[in-house]
Design a protein around this ligand. Structure first.
Ligand SMILES: [Zn+2]
Ligand SMILES: [Zn+2]
Length: 391
């Protein structure tokens, strides 16, 4: 009797990545092992995530605080009508995993400025920005430099856009490119403590699926070169690719590195500690720091913490949250209705009345890195027990 051998279509198929591997310097295993963070899941973010999923990037972490609206559907390849009302980060992650089962994608409904610990950035290979505001760009830039990670910024407006690459130790960073107007606009936003998240989103920018696909394409190509850093490929480090969609002209600008820029410091010697932001107390952290660096050592944060508020009527209240998260109503006096003044600190010495609190209890995010300082000696400690966040 003849034995019939069954072939499935798969037996004749080339491996999914075969055409990519034809590129001489391509290393698909490296893409499979890569961890990439995408900040913003709007017009640019959708295109970034789509490209990462197609390319088989092993781990994609998506951050966005907003929900999908009807207006997103003209520029968001990953979203459908039925997704309106769901969180962008979560839907985008789900679609990326569906597009390519080799990809692990996770969405986080979190604010990149306050809620993402430095240890998260430390575990990434590249960070991609799909953002529409300066404050978030500055926050990403500062985080990436502290833990020595490259990031690729993108921006679009109508048919135009640009993509920029910032690599610690290789030319200008994002802060170096900032003008006085940029700072003025950031400070204006910071001073508006009464602004709600919705109001902050107001300055809406016209964007198209076409310009976002061009700019996100350039960003992801830069990421590919950064991931193959030993292949000596030219990158846009310290430079920007500028695209004019009316004429289809494009050119590359080189940014001036500012020698006095505040963003260039890289944390040396980060120690992984069995600490968790919502379990270990500030007192315990301070005790270890003093054991390490001496009795005079202090615990420093990279952000100011509002400690308490005082009213001219004599009333007082405890705040214990990052200054950045203060809102107008939090400073209203319960007794007289007046506006209270607040005191803040970025450092703990050991005599504070709230050392039984955890870092999370004063608004320090999970997997963050804090500094122990004695004079000019500094040592960095990571809340490594939170690392399951980055699977
Ligand atoms: Zn700089
Ligand atoms: Zn009062």
């Amino acid at each position: 009797m003849n034995e019939k051998i069954e072939f499935s279509a798969e037996d004749f198929e080339e491996d999914r990545y075969a055409r990519l591997r034809l590129i001489p310097w391509w290393d698909q295993d490296r893409l499979k092992e890569a961890s990439v963070m995408v900040v913003g899941a709007g017009a640019l973010g959708n295109e970034l995530i789509k490209n990462l999923a197609l390319l088989g990037i092993g781990k994609i972490y998506i951050f966005d605080m907003d929900r999908i609206e009807n207006t997103n559907l003209t520029r968001a390849v990953l979203f459908r009508r039925a997704d309106v009302g769901s969180f962008k980060a979560e839907v985008a992650a789900q679609r990326a995993s569906q597009m390519n089962p080799d990809v692990y994608a996770k969405g986080f409904v979190a604010n990149i400025i306050d809620d993402v610990g430095l240890g998260f950035f430390r575990r990434m290979d590249v960070v991609l920005g799909g953002l529409d505001n300066r404050e978030a760009r500055l926050a990403i830039n500062q985080s990436c430099y502290k833990v020595n990670k490259p990031w690729v910024d993108g921006a679009i407006e109508a048919l135009n856009g640009f993509a920029r690459v910032f690599v610690p130790g290789h030319g200008a960073c994002y802060e170096c490119t900032m003008t006085e107007t940029d700072w003025m606009l950031i400070n204006k936003r910071k001073s508006c403590a009464l602004l709600t998240h919705e109001q902050m989103n107001e300055g809406k920018i016209p964007t198209t699926p076409t310009s976002s696909s061009i700019i996100a394409g350039v960003q992801v190509q830069e990421m590919l070169k950064l991931l193959h850093s030993d292949r000596n490929l030219p990158t846009l480090a310290g430079k920007g690719y500028v695209f004019n969609g009316l004429t289809h002209d494009s050119y590359v600008v080189e940014y001036q590195e500012k020698p006095d820029c505040m963003s260039h410091d890289i944390y040396e010697s980060i120690e992984e500690m069995p600490w968790s932001a919502d379990k270990t107390t500030l007192g315990e952290i301070l005790r270890v720091i003093k054991e390490d660096l001496g009795e005079n050592a202090v615990l420093e944060f990279d952000r100011n913490i509002a400690v308490s508020a005082h009213c001219s009527c004599g009333s007082e209240k405890t705040l214990l949250c990052p200054v950045h998260k203060l809102r107008g109503e939090m400073l209203l006096c319960d007794r007289c209705g007046g506006t209270m003044q607040f005191s803040s600190t970025h450092m703990l010495q050991g005599d504070e009345g709230f050392l039984s609190k955890t870092p999370a209890g004063i608004g320090i995010p999970p997997l963050h890195i804090v500094c122990g300082r004695a004079g000019t000696t500094m040592k960095y400690y990571e809340f490594t027990d939170d690392q399951d966040l980055v699977k």
